[in-house]
Design a protein around this ligand. Structure first.
Ligand code: ATP
Ligand code: MG
Length: 434
């Protein structure tokens, strides 16, 4: 429609055509209002029954809620209207009639459970508060991309169909690739590492990762969006600095550019970009602090992975984003480098929101012999990863990087109770469609 005006741009004194969805019809007797909604907001259309064409009144007030209509008329100031203006219609076209039985009420007057909302995402996303989550998600990705560019990182895209996985065999989704077994990639880990030895040196990727995790939790998806970073000539501390920069940039972008969306979520007062450096605790300090909270039935000992309740107890104790560094080598993946002066200690780190893990990273093993040994220790066949390991023979610089869960970032930023709220069409144990 070339001559369409957004409702937010309709100025008194103009004759406009607005088009959108019938949000509500309020019939007060002699006078009635149709509230029309588009992506920019809502506008009131006034019907004075005695003074207007009967057909126009009948069509306008007879149309079902959520139908798409186009209305042409004069815009006038009206202080009593929700946006201070209203339109007196000359004509109204019903562009697409909606069924009167809606599976979900976009006006939000009737609550719907998450499952109904996910089954009817189109209608769900007509609600301001749902739409706001995805406007914020888009801003997070935009500001993160910009911040990566400021770090001189180049955006890359790597294959999602692969011959082998890296993060543990059980979490792989197998597929058939021209009669041959293949998998959906769990992480761009190996590909991004290969790029630090290329002429690009510093790269980032924002793309899907696939994890065949069995558990159905509020913070796991089977298809998630990973924000990955890798840089040549970085050690783990420099990678942590970059991680902090990127997460802060996401918050700052949202604080600066998403005021309306934050208001729709009623977060305008409490939303704050993190300030200051994220505390960096060693794994040893972390387990001591968790043990000291007394929240766990059993005390943690060196070598234990942190249980979810432990992460929560520590998160409450720290109260802001923080890093856990210097993990035992045995519980970090083989491609992470150990400290030179202590082989039991890895340079791997996690970055945590008080409520959950957001990032895992570390300095990588770049020495060919050590790397091949690591594959063997992990029970993986180095031959299968020949495409990867062999590049380490031709000049692979020391490097470090990390992966940040995009949905977890949005979820924790907005305090969402379930990660599925931050995905348009989530994939989980029960959900393969839509
Ligand atoms: P967790 O222990 O919380 O399941 P992980 O350690 O298995 O996560 P990593 O392999 O370290 O995950 O992936 C890096 C980041 O990617 C995680 O910190 C998280 O933010 C995100 N991520 C990983 N798996 C998932 C998933 N199944 N759903 C959503 N985000 C995920
Ligand atoms: Mg991790």
């Amino acid at each position: 429609m070339d001559d369409r005006t957004y409702t937010a741009d309709a100025e008194p004194g103009e004759t406009v055509t607005v088009a959108g969805w019938v949000h509500e019809i309020r019939d007060l007797g002699g006078i009635a209002f149709l509230i029309l909604r588009d992506s920019t907001g809502k506008i009131q259309i006034k019907f004075e029954k005695d003074e207007m064409d009967d057909d126009l009144v009948e069509t306008g007030l007879g149309v079902h809620r959520e139908s798409v209509v186009a209305v042409t008329g004069d815009v006038e100031e009206e202080p009593r209207a929700p946006t201070g203006v209203e339109i007196t219609p000359d004509s109204l076209d019903v562009v697409a009639e909606a069924d009167p039985e809606l599976p979900l009420d976009p006006s939000g007057k009737v609550d719907a459970d998450l499952s109904t909302r996910l089954d009817n995402r189109t209608l769900d996303l007509r609600k301001d508060e749902t739409k706001a989550i995805f406007e914020i998600r888009a801003e997070v990705l935009r500001s993160v991309r910009e911040a990566f560019r400021n770090l001189d990182a180049t955006e890359i895209n790597t294959p999602k169909i692969v011959a082998t996985g890296t993060e543990g065999g059980t979490e792989l989704f197998p597929i058939t690739y021209f009669g041959q077994e293949a998998f959906m990639n769990q992480s761009p880990q190996l590909f991004k590492q290969l790029m630090v030895g290329s002429g690009l040196e510093r790269v980032f990727e924002i793309g899907p990762i696939f994890r065949a995790e069995e558990h159905n939790t509020p913070r796991h998806l089977n298809e998630a969006t990973s924000i990955d970073f890798e840089s040549a000539f970085y050690d783990h501390t420099e990678a942590m600095d970059a991680c902090e920069t990127i997460v802060k940039a996401a918050y700052e972008g949202v604080a600066e550019n998403c005021q309306d969306a934050l208001e729709a979520l009623d977060l305008q007062d409490e939303f704050e970009a993190p300030e200051g450096d994220f505390p960096r605790l060693t794994y040893e300090e972390a387990i001591e602090r968790i043990n000291a909270t007394g929240e766990l039935d059993e005390q943690l000992v060196w070598g234990d992975d942190l249980p979810t309740e432990g992460e929560h107890a520590l998160g409450q104790d720290v109260g802001e984003h923080y890093f856990i560094t210097d993990w035992p080598s045995e519980i970090k993946p083989f491609y992470i480098k150990d400290h030179d002066d202590d082989e039991q200690l890895s340079t791997g780190f996690d970055m945590m929101h008080p409520t959950m893990e957001l990032v895992s990273g570390g300095q990588r093993e770049h020495r060919y012999d050590h790397l091949v040994e690591g594959f063997e220790q992990q029970g993986l066949d180095p031959e299968q990863f020949d495409y990867y390991t062999k590049m380490f023979k031709y000049g692979m610089p020391p490097h470090a990087g990390w992966g940040l869960g995009g949905e977890r970032l949005v979820m924790t930023m907005l305090g969402l109770g379930n990660i599925r709220e931050a995905v348009l069409f989530p994939r989980d144990r029960q959900r393969l469609s839509p």
